[in-house]
Design a protein around this ligand. Structure first.
Ligand code: SF4
Length: 611
């Protein structure tokens, strides 16, 4: 954690706000979380503070109690506690009602946790009232039905947070910053809307001990609101800034805003328009820890912009593994990988394939000091990223291509388009080693599909090579962006779409916030999703699927076009050509096994480090 944050501080960040910690032993988060409920957290926080301060960067902690919003811990559901007995719609917890003594204990726990952060050398602490967490549950009349001094009137509902701010100041003294994270709007039917939060902010304005507000949106009380916790690429850049601006006009405290602000130009615009005093840029710094330094130096084109894919950052977090970035695998691996070691002997490398794996391999190998030629058989760099960006709301995926191209340019990779690598080219170029990153081609299983069925491959549609009929059945084996994206594209073009997925749900293999948002889009477009459906065959206008668990047939009649989205198979032609030669080869990405851009980029990077 210290190494991760030190990399951002070294990269020029002015302030780092650490992930939220839990101040109360019974309110645990996922199996891995920061526990600020005892003094045992102090040495760890001190290590982070020292690492970050070395680079002139400030660091705050964050303190949160989830209330009724409770993850499982070590596989079991915890007993959750909340102002009133109102269940949530994401984790499905029925909470116990907090006694007034328990409420006061929690107030003391927040203050004590902040005290530990101050003792460890942190510069401030942020109390989490955002995302429908405990503080928000007290503020919300739909989740707080108490009839004691903490419920009933607006003033009583506010008492919990007001006492918490006062107690925290008492413990930390005057030189320590106290902030509060809030959602300007919770985007949930029972959540606090913009007007309610503005009203709360007017009260917070009178809290003299509160120094700043960190404004976001969303709530973890339901799936729709949760999407905004880490908004995916479908959602506009800096979309929270206008709401932060409304709040800023109401309060004397400084306002920080977060929410898809992925570039310094955008942050500059938010500040210039007076919508906030500071911009929080979490994923921007996961994707490029050096972003602030590059911005200061005017090297805006060198910034590896976050594309909002959510895959390796929050996606990894939800899997209980260290966060990273699909474009920058060094993130989260600061201790394991560090920076790329320079080579002692420069070798000539030939990279076959200009998709994400090949581009990353070429950039890293050249950065290390090798002389690198990258050959792409088509006329464009990007591989499957070029297909992904054609889907509705996915245009930003193409930014990964721009970022990787720039990484190659910075390290003088010799890029040759319209050049396929084969034995003859290798004979001419005489490289010391070849990195094969030739990607994948569509996989078409041997199924019983009759001649009179209009069946097309997913890639043909993505490339606009064919026109579908009015009623389309998409047979989606991978349960990822291809199936959901094509369903949306075709529905928007006026087709009736049945999306048959060979899994539990559409987008099963996508990060959940992205999937939930996309599920809402498909629902609005009347796409019919049929889960547990393994493609079996087709005859004329009828497609047959096998229900995965019952073994019974799923029959889709009156179909005009069947879209075969059954995944990919590795492109191994070059590997086979070189198999019996003494050419040194390294493989990366889909040519090993078709997966996603994350594995491709990681394996490209690792291949380049091995040589
Ligand atoms: S994994 Fe995707 S969303 Fe996460 S930081 Fe990287 S580019 Fe951004």
């Amino acid at each position: 954690m210290a190494a991760y944050h030190e990399a951002r501080a070294r990269g020029g960040a002015g302030l780092i706000i650490l992930e939220s910690s839990r101040p109360w032993a019974d309110d645990v988060s996922a199996s891995y979380y920061v526990d600020s409920s005892t003094d045992a957290c102090i040495p760890g926080y001190r290590g982070v503070a020292e690492a970050v301060h070395k680079h002139g960067c400030k660091v705050f902690g964050q303190i949160n109690h989830g209330g009724r919003i409770a993850y499982t811990h070590e596989g079991m559901h915890i007993v959750s506690h909340a102002p009133s007995m109102v269940p949530d719609h994401r984790f499905h917890c029925m909470p116990r009602v907090m006694s007034a003594d328990y409420v006061r204990d929690i107030i003391g726990a927040f203050a004590a946790a902040a005290g530990r952060m101050a003792e460890a050398g942190l510069d401030g602490a942020e109390l989490t009232a955002s995302h429908g967490m405990l503080i928000a549950q007290f503020l919300n009349p739909q989740t707080n039905f108490r009839d004691d001094e903490y419920g009933g009137s607006e003033e009583n509902r506010f008492r919990f947070v007001s006492q918490m701010i006062a107690a925290t100041r008492q413990v930390v003294g005057n030189d320590f910053v106290i902030g509060m994270r809030i959602s300007a709007e919770e985007h949930e039917p029972d959540g606090l809307d913009q007007a309610a939060w503005l009203n709360i902010c007017r009260r917070l304005n009178d809290e003299r001990e509160l120094d700043y507000l960190n404004v976001t949106v969303g709530s973890m009380m339901g799936l729709g609101g949760s999407v905004h916790v880490v908004p995916p690429m479908f959602i506009d850049h800096a979309y929270t800034a206008p709401q932060a601006g409304c709040i800023r006009r109401e309060v004397r405290q400084s306002v920080l805003v977060t929410g898809r602000i992925n570039q310094p130009q955008l942050a500059e615009q938010v500040l210039a328009e007076g919508q906030a005093d500071m911009c929080g840029m979490t994923r921007a710094l996961i994707s490029d820890p050096e972003m602030p330094n590059k911005a200061r130096a005017g090297k805006l084109d060198d910034i590896r912009a976050c594309i909002g894919c959510n895959q390796a950052c929050i996606g990894h977090y939800h899997q209980g593994v260290r966060i990273s970035c699909i474009q920058h695998p060094l993130s989260g691996r600061e201790l394991m990988l560090g920076s790329h070691p320079a080579v002692t002997t420069s070798r000539k490398l030939l990279v076959a394939g200009g998709g994400p794996a090949g581009m990353k391999a070429a950039a890293v190998a050249a950065e290390r000091g090798h002389r690198v030629v990258l050959c792409e058989k088509s006329g464009r760099l990007g591989g499957q990223a070029l297909l992904a960006q054609t889907l509705p709301g996915r245009a930003e995926f193409g930014v990964i291509v721009d970022n990787l191209r720039r990484e190659m340019e910075l390290h003088n990779v010799d890029i040759r388009l319209n050049t396929a690598v084969d034995s003859a080219l290798i004979e001419t170029e005489k490289p010391d080693a070849v990195i094969i990153a030739t990607g994948a081609i569509p996989y078409r299983p041997d199924l019983d599909i009759s001649q009179d069925t209009h069946s097309v491959d997913a890639w043909q549609l993505l490339k606009d090579e064919v026109k579908p009929g009015a009623s389309v059945v998409v047979a989606d084996w991978r349960c990822d962006w291809v199936g959901m994206g094509l369903a949306e594209k075709l529905a928007r073009e006026g087709c009736h779409v049945r999306l048959c997925v060979d899994g539990e749900m559409a987008g099963q293999n996508l990060q959940k916030y992205l999937r939930w948002h996309w599920a809402g889009v498909l629902h609005k477009l009347d796409v019919e999703v049929i889960p547990y459906a393994r493609l079996y065959g087709a005859d004329g206008d009828t497609a047959y699927f096998l229900h995965n668990t019952s073994g019974e047939a799923i029959v889709c009649e009156n179909m005009d076009t069947l879209v075969i989205a059954q995944g990919h198979q590795p492109e191994t032609t070059l590997e086979q050509q070189l198999a019996d030669t003494d050419v040194e080869i390294h493989l990366a990405g889909d040519c090993l096994s078709p997966r996603s851009a994350e594995e491709a980029v990681y394996e490209g990077l690792m291949a380049a480090r091995e040589i």
